[in-house]
Write a protein that binds this ligand. Structure first.
Ligand SMILES: CCCCC/C=C\C/C=C\C/C=C/C(=O)SCCNC(=O)CCNC(=O)[C@H](O)C(C)(C)COP(=O)(O)OP(=O)(O)OC[C@H]1O[C@@H](n2cnc3c(N)ncnc32)[C@H](O)[C@@H]1OP(=O)(O)O
Length: 280
């Protein structure tokens, strides 16, 4: 259960430039939320070692953090990772391999919730992609409005490479950024793009060398909206994204997911993939 802790502290986050700003913290072990008092921007940092794979608990805490950002009327939100080389490894395969059925249902419902809150948020969002971002990790980054990434990393929806199908709302999220043809190719190939290629095609907006620079660039992006009336901005974004949001039929999607994940050949594929990750 997420219990936000609101305390005043000095920010260690953005290096010396920001270090004198007081921050409000609402944190748990898995997700740290820090709001800079000067900019009013919340940094939500995923912190689940070793690779920020999205299990039920991490998703629940992300969902609560998004609620807190909305409730606090933050100027915007930056999504980041506490890990040096991984933004998020995507969905935790252990949630889908030989699953407990009640938990599996909870897991998928919470993932839907996180996407609806993040992709559909009224406040500005940016992703500081300071590590690899495959599959569900790419989904989180793509759900934001702006992406800044460190060099020599990878990002993409690799599901077909694992013998599974990215749900249609993962596809719509990519289609919100890239031309349809590019999306079709990326999805059917299960393509993982290098940072540099992702930047070339527009999946990533800027490349920077350090996490601190990524946070600073994301802050600059969010501050672009400082003089734009908040409500008008929010409604414009939500109206622009409405078609993708409304296309998600949560019950039908859940039933399809449960059915497919429980198919013996999908279980076999997930098991083999998980083993290959362990042997790496
Ligand atoms: C219409 C409905 C269709 C339904 C069909 C069914 C399902 C589809 C539903 C949804 C789509 C799926 C979305 C997903 O997100 S699936 C997950 C895809 N993720 C990946 O393929 C990434 C796998 N990981 C990596 O590539 C690498 O780990 C990394 C992220 C590049 C990091 O590399 P690094 O070298 O730093 O770490 P390791 O590889 O050594 O990993 C360390 C440790 O973590 C374990 N691990 C890695 N990824 C995952 C994961 N996704 N889930 C669980 N565990 C993971 C890895 O096994 C290592 O564990 P160990 O115990 O050996 O230390």
């Amino acid at each position: 259960m997420f219990l936000p802790r609101i305390v005043k502290r000095m920010s260690p986050l953005l290096g010396s430039r920001m270090s004198l700003n007081a921050c409000r913290f609402a944190s748990t072990d898995l997700v740290r939320t820090e709001v800079d008092d000067k900019t009013g921007i919340a940094v939500v940092t995923m912190n689940r070692k070793p690779v920020n794979s999205l299990n039920l608990e991490l998703l629940r805490e992300l969902s609560s953090a998004l609620d807190a950002v909305e409730k606090n009327k933050s100027r915007g939100m930056i999504l980041a990772s506490s890990l040096d080389t991984v933004f998020s490894a995507g969905l935790d395969i252990t949630e889908m391999y030989k699953p407990d059925q009640a938990r599996l249902k909870d897991f998928w419902t919470t993932l839907q919730e996180v996407w609806l809150k993040l992709f559909g948020s009224g406040f500005p969002t940016a992703a500081a992609i300071n590590g690899h971002a495959p599959a569900g990790g790419c989904l989180l980054a793509m759900s934001c409005e702006y992406r800044v990434m460190r060099p020599n990393l990878t990002i993409g929806l690799n599901e077909t490479q694992l013998g599974i199908v990215a749900p249609s709302w993962f596809m719509s999220t990519m289609e919100n950024i890239l031309p349809r043809r590019e999306v079709e190719l990326a999805l059917t190939l299960g393509k993982m793009f290098s940072t540099e290629k992702a930047h070339e095609i527009g999946l990533v907006d800027e490349i920077v060398d350090t996490k601190e620079e990524a946070l600073a660039k994301c802050t600059e992006f969010i501050q672009l909206f400082a003089r734009v009336p908040r409500e008008a901005r929010a409604l414009t974004k939500q109206s622009f994204r409405r078609e993708a949001l409304q296309k998600l039929d949560r019950d039908q999607d859940l039933q399809m997911f449960i059915y497919l994940v429980n198919q013996p050949q999908v279980q076999k594929g997930l098991g083999l993939y998980f083993e290959s990750l362990k042997k790496k």
